[in-house]
Design a binder for this molecule. Structure first.
Ligand SMILES: NC(=O)c1ccc[n+]([C@@H]2O[C@H](COP(=O)([O-])OP(=O)(O)OC[C@H]3O[C@@H](n4cnc5c(N)ncnc54)[C@H](O)[C@@H]3O)[C@@H](O)[C@H]2O)c1
Ligand SMILES: Nc1ncnc2c1ncn2CC[C@H](O)C(=O)O
Length: 462
């Protein structure tokens, strides 16, 4: 079908291709998979619906999936994270893509619906945050007569419910059919993985799932080193504020929090951390960060960043205490980490795209980034190509596993085996000049591993 895409401007494709060509030189893992599997095309017959930030790096992922034989349709997983030139180059390459930076919530869920519209529907999902999986499963439950989202508790739930109703009227039974033909889902991020384990616990996971996030070469790199690079990039592009000398509070000290604290410390900010987990709190303290209660610093700190994957971490009562021109942002997957909805009746002044100044009752003004959505992609371009190459190499390996060995997988959540994790790491060493030491058999035997790996037991924590 001609023009089966919705992008901001197809004329941005030439610019997108130039940046995509450069990105490929920084994504050795994906390039290596194209060399290894480009001829055998193990994804032939796969119809992959992707719901993941439509960036230049994702464009390289998409073209890798296509090179390995897959048919692909794509939507972004966030209304602010699309890079319009990346969407344009993918559309020009003939992949149906539905993504515009700044799209509305209604457009977001409509575009996600469109990304499912293969003639025979998809048979694999590549998800980031779980919206694509949620759409199919909620829709199938509605078709079974369940009163899903009976009382929407957010604007987005209202939008999702309306979109499901529209599709049910247009295509009776479609959700159930799609659910039953999906061979599996590979999930990119922590929050999406939490949703999968919850579905499994409730006995509502109808197909195999691969937890890509917990490949070591994903979460201990993208979540940590990726955020270390892209957090301050977002804050700087959004506010041009001097971070050196300022007090920044990072809520959460998991993989993203560790990278975020390091990012701000690297910019010279005096970083304080909040945590609920005593182990992560102890890590933060021993990494040299003061671990505090938000309530004790909310009136004096300059920058507040949530990284928790939790909700209501910064609440309206906290924001009422913040000083004039405090900067508030989130780098977690969803926008519910900050109670943005509670600010809706305040005076908002839009400064520029994804930067708003909000007046509080006491006259103080807050600078809110990306309306509380993940700011490294809303206010900047997300993580650099090299670290996304590791994440996306895991994604491609997961899709190959689900497509070629699907019968070996049950309706459960899996993590890729360690030898594949180590393979992903190996594929990224040459690009940065790493020379790996080779053990002799006696050494390998002494520590009880095979000289060619795996080098760590399953219980090892990196
Ligand atoms: N923006 C990005 O590029 C990007 C990249 C990777 C992951 N993510 C998202 O970031 C979020 C965090 O991911 P992660 O891998 O670091 O998860 P994680 O579970 O490793 O870390 C989250 C930490 O937050 C802590 N926490 C939870 N509730 C808290 C609260 N109320 N106050 C203080 N701390 C609290 C937890 O104890 C945990 O240590 C997820 O939503 C994930 O999907 C975003
Ligand atoms: N450059 C990026 N392209 C696509 N997704 C990106 C990029 N930077 C961060 N992300 C978010 C995905 C990340 O793996 C996550 O877990 O959320």
């Amino acid at each position: 079908m001609a023009n089966d895409y919705i992008v901001k401007d197809i004329n941005l494709a030439a610019y997108g291709r130039k940046e995509l060509d450069i990105a490929e030189t920084e994504m050795p893992g994906l390039m290596a998979l194209r060399d290894e599997y480009g001829e055998s095309k193990p994804l032939k017959g796969a119809r992959i619906v992707g719901s993941l930030h439509m960036t230049i790096q994702t464009a390289v992922l998409i073209e890798t999936l296509v090179a390995l034989g897959a048919d692909v349709r794509w939507a972004s997983c966030n209304i602010f994270s699309t890079q319009d030139h990346a969407a344009a180059v993918i559309a020009e390459a003939g992949v149906p893509v539905f993504a515009i930076k700044g799209q509305s919530l209604e457009e977001h869920w409509d575009y996600l619906d469109k990304s499912f519209m293969f003639d025979e529907g998809p048979n694999l999902i590549l998800d980031d945050g779980g919206d694509a999986t949620l759409y199919i499963l909620l829709g199938a439950r509605a078709e079974a007569g369940e009163d899903i989202i009976s009382v929407p508790t957010s604007e987005e739930e209202t939008v999702i419910k309306a979109q499901i109703k529209k599709r049910m009227e247009a295509s009776p039974g479609w959700f159930t059919k799609m659910r039953d033909q999906i061979k599996g889902v590979s999930e990119e991020t922590t929050t999406g993985v939490h949703r999968l384990y919850e579905l499994k616990k409730q006995g509502q996971l109808p197909f195999p799932a691969i937890n890509v996030n917990d490949s070591v070469t994903k979460s201990k790199f993208d979540n940590k080193y990726g955020c270390k690079e892209s957090l301050v990039d977002g804050i700087r592009r959004a506010t041009d504020t001097m971070m050196a000398g300022k007090v920044a509070v990072v809520m959460g000290y998991g993989d993203v929090g560790k990278g975020s604290a390091a990012s701000l410390a690297g910019a010279g900010a005096r970083v304080k951390v909040t945590e609920v987990d005593p182990i992560c709190a102890l890590q933060a303290a021993m990494d040299g960060f003061e671990v505090v209660l938000l309530e004790d610093v909310v009136g004096t700190a300059d920058i507040f960043i949530t990284t928790t994957g939790n909700k209501d971490v910064i609440r309206i009562e906290h924001m009422r205490e913040m000083k004039d021109m405090a900067i508030v942002g989130n780098i977690g997957h969803f926008d519910n980490e900050i109670q943005v909805a509670a600010l809706k009746n305040h005076k908002w002044t839009n400064i520029k795209e994804q930067v708003d100044m909000i007046e509080m009752p006491n006259g103080n003004r807050l600078i809110l980034l990306s309306e509380g959505r993940l700011l490294n992609l809303g206010n900047a371009t997300g993580h650099p190509s090299f670290v996304m190459s590791a994440s996306f190499t895991n994604q491609v390996l997961a899709q190959i596993e689900l497509w070629t060995k699907g019968d070996e997988y049950k309706n459960d959540v899996y993590i890729l085996p360690k030898h594949l994790d180590e393979k992903v790491a190996r594929l990224h060493l040459d690009r940065i000049g790493v020379k790996l030491t080779k053990m002799d058999p006696e050494q390998a035997s002494y520590i009880g591993v095979n000289p060619d790996g795996p080098f760590k037991p399953e219980h090892y924590r990196y």
